[in-house]
Design a protein around this ligand. Structure first.
Ligand code: UTP
Length: 302
């Protein structure tokens, strides 16, 4: 099985783009219809053989701990009320005893800092990092492909997607080198380059397999773009010392850190469900007619 057994989920960001909702609720608990973003990420990791789940949390994130805990009262009441199947489904969703750890970032000083905060739970093994606000839907998770490739390539491995030229300033962007065994060698990386200066349109999209030495590199990584300790700066510093490759996603990606991406993911999930598709389609047509009455356009049925 997989040599990568531990995944880190940094969830301590402020979620500024979703204020005021994120004042009292972590962004990763926002549901895509009825399943929180963090559940999608944990399921994805579990499907790839991950056994240890490390959440890097911050202030106001205790709801995440509650979410992955047993809800004794609720589950007993469900069972007593003849809804044992719902209680059983909740049980199946959470990692088992001892599989979950929480570390506190205390100050959200950036993604690199969040990853570094998990250093004592990692040991000397390569580990995965998943940003749960990037929802990636596919039959075979990209992470599984990454873990397989990492066994051959070693070093650091990132997942990338092509983004529009006017979006490159929102992502870490790689400079691609030669193709190696289905991956792309990365020769340079820059965090959120100014528009018009990006070396490519291949953007980091929140899935990483990292060599454990990244923790030592992060230790001395200076504050970078946006006044934050950037994971991309530590990856850049590792070039030359370690192999560094990228894999293109084969999935359908929704950037749920942005409002439009979140709404798109929700609509997609609803339209994908047999129990919702027809009603949601009808609702969209109704809304469309009322919101944009002058155009005469209507979303086609089906
Ligand atoms: P984002 O850059 O999307 O930041 O972080 P954010 O705080 O979630 O959202 P905005 O930009 O303020 O709206 C990417 C991921 O890294 C985590 C976030 O929780 C998110 O999962 N993160 C970021 C941390 O855990 N700690 C940090 O200091 C920064």
């Amino acid at each position: 099985m997989s040599a990568v057994k531990t995944a880190v989920f940094p969830v301590a960001g402020f979620g500024t783009r979703f204020l005021p909702a994120t004042k009292a609720m972590p962004k990763v608990l926002f549901p895509i219809v009825d399943r929180p973003l963090i559940q999608h990420a944990v399921d994805e990791a579990a499907a790839c053989g991950i056994e240890n789940f490390v959440f890097v949390t911050g202030r106001g994130n205790s709801a995440i701990e509650d979410y992955f805990d047993v809800s004794f009262e609720l589950e007993s009441m469900l069972r007593a009320g003849g809804n044992s199947h719902i209680a059983a489904s909740l049980e199946r969703l959470r990692p088992g005893p001892g599989q979950v750890a929480y570390v506190r970032q205390i100050d959200p000083l950036g993604l690199g800092h969040a990853v570094w905060c998990a250093r004592n739970t990692i040991g000397d093994e390569p580990f995965a990092v998943l940003l749960a606000d990037e929802l990636i839907l596919s039959d075979t998770p990209d992470l599984a492909t990454m873990i397989e490739l990492h066994a051959d390539l070693g070093g650091n491995l990132v997942l990338v997607d092509e983004v529009a030229a006017d979006e490159t300033d929102q992502y870490g962007i790689i400079t691609p080198g030669r193709d190696v065994n289905g991956a792309i060698e990365v020769t340079d990386i820059i965090e959120k380059p100014e528009l018009g200066t990006a070396p490519s349109n291949l953007a980091l999209i929140g899935r990483y397999i990292l060599d454990p030495t990244i923790m030592t590199t992060l230790e001395t990584t200076a504050t970078g773009r946006g006044g934050e300790i950037q994971l991309t700066d530590a990856l850049l510093a590792s070039i030359g010392a370690l192999p560094f490759h990228a894999v293109r996603t084969t999935g359908r990606r929704f950037d749920c850190g942005s409002k439009v991406g979140f709404v798109a993911a929700t609509m997609h999930a609803a339209l994908d469900r047999d129990d919702m598709r027809e009603d949601v389609q009808r609702m969209i047509n109704e809304l469309y007619k009322h919101q944009i009455p002058d155009t005469g356009h209507q979303i086609p049925e089906g």
